[in-house]
Write a protein that binds this ligand. Sequence first.
Ligand SMILES: [Zn+2]
Ligand SMILES: [Zn+2]
Length: 559
Amino acid sequence: MSDRLSASSRIDTGEASHELECLPYGVNHSGEGVCLLVRMGPHRILLDCGLADISSLMKGLAKPARRGRSPLPADFVLVSHAHADHARGLLALHQAFPLLPIYASEVTSKLLPLNWPNQNLQDISQFCQALPLRSPVEVKDGLVVELFPAGHLPGAVAVLFTYTTSQRSYKLLYTGDFFLSNSRLVEGLRLEELRGLELDALIIEGTYGTARHPHRRNQENQLAERVNRAIADSYSVLLPTPALGLGQELLMLLRSHHHFTGRDLDIWVDGTVAVGCDTYLELLSHFPPSVQNFARHQPLFWDERIRPRVRRLQPGQRDRVGRYPCIVLTDSTVDLREYCQPDTGPWLILSPEKTEIKINNNYQFPGIITVENYLLAQHSDGPGTTQLIHNLRPQHVIFVHGSPTYLADLTSLDELQNRYHVHSPEAGVLVEIPIGETFLQPAAPETNYEGELTELDTVVTIALPDAITADPRWRQFADTGLIEARWQGEELVLRGLSQRELLNQSSDRFILSDVECCGTCRHQRGQRCWNPASPLFNFKVTLDGYCPAFERGNEGARD
Ligand SMILES: [Zn+2]
Ligand SMILES: [Zn+2]
């Protein structure tokens, strides 16, 4: 897909400044990883290095150095999180350029070594420098970096870069992989932390395109039910996962779901998924309070006493665990035939949807095998992605990370095209990010809020997300706590009743006389209290006021 600009160009590029541009080395269209070189003024920042082969970064250097720049491929690297598609090239990069600074969050710096399980951890934990969360750090003259937790994986961050010249500031945010929902071991990205940034450019992932996902609880329940049915049918369940993130989420889900708690069942954890669990345990103080609380009462992962038992699979046990129904979590890279032996029971292999994990269907499995998919999303869905964009309202939106068709679904959305300059570059195609002289924030779109209805006896309760209260119009809407509902065709229209309306209303709208207040009290005349027994005696009162000396009456005293 080529770089595209929206039709309604808001910026006269003739006067625009060209301080920002982005050269992608990898955009993860199909698992090749993310690696983006961003230029902000004189600064060159490498965002992630998920390339398996970093030779394209070297090639750039073979050309004559432009404007006498240093021979490093960038001034520094910023790693969004520890997944392989963002990090696997870092070790090679560090070895090729030992002087190139590499930054990440503290948790990411500790998780990174899992990408190279055969290397000495001591050696590689050194190359990455930890930056604090939510505190701006000036890493270069005039260039400030700030990290915000992004959900998705412990340690994952969205990164805000602010480059300041004598004329103005330029702001760019890179989301890395992000997730707005809370999952079991990591809290979601907090939109409110990022609102009002006046971003010039947003580089955002689009893994799930415009797809809308069921609520997370639904996804979890569906998976738990499928696993439960398989065990009841005497199957063992094999869950291949990446070393970090999904595996530990699955483990927490299986341990605490009512289908499994207290059941006489073994959950075996194998390979680097088990090493990932050990590393999480060392980082417990960085986890959400709910997780730390859980860990105070029982071991977070390894537990031989409380059912279902969570056990580490020892080398050489793979061909033996499936003799009675159990659950196995293992590396997606392992040959699954090692578990599915002829003398074990039948196996259900569950593979996560829309990830790099592909089960080789050409395998000649020796036993009885069923392969199915499930969804337990680790990234934002389409509505979450557009929600983040509309909250940030940048001038430019640059989509990376996702299949080209999914990214095209996103870039062609009218709600994005009409407001922002939308790009979806291929690897090797430079994106210029022209910025107007003054910041013109695109208009906010109208949001649709989704809520839930509950009917209880004679009362209907409508629960809406609290994000609705962030709108400045909310105060007026909710002023009196009273709403008017009326049908408009098939739709129900809600309207807040204002203080003024309550006072001026005619009896056909809202019966004020039902309410105990100064407006219906016999001692109130001419908006003044005439009751010597009231603390409000002789004071001017508002008609919706109230005191303990209230006495009903006072018809027609509303003037
Ligand atoms: Zn990731
Ligand atoms: Zn990723």
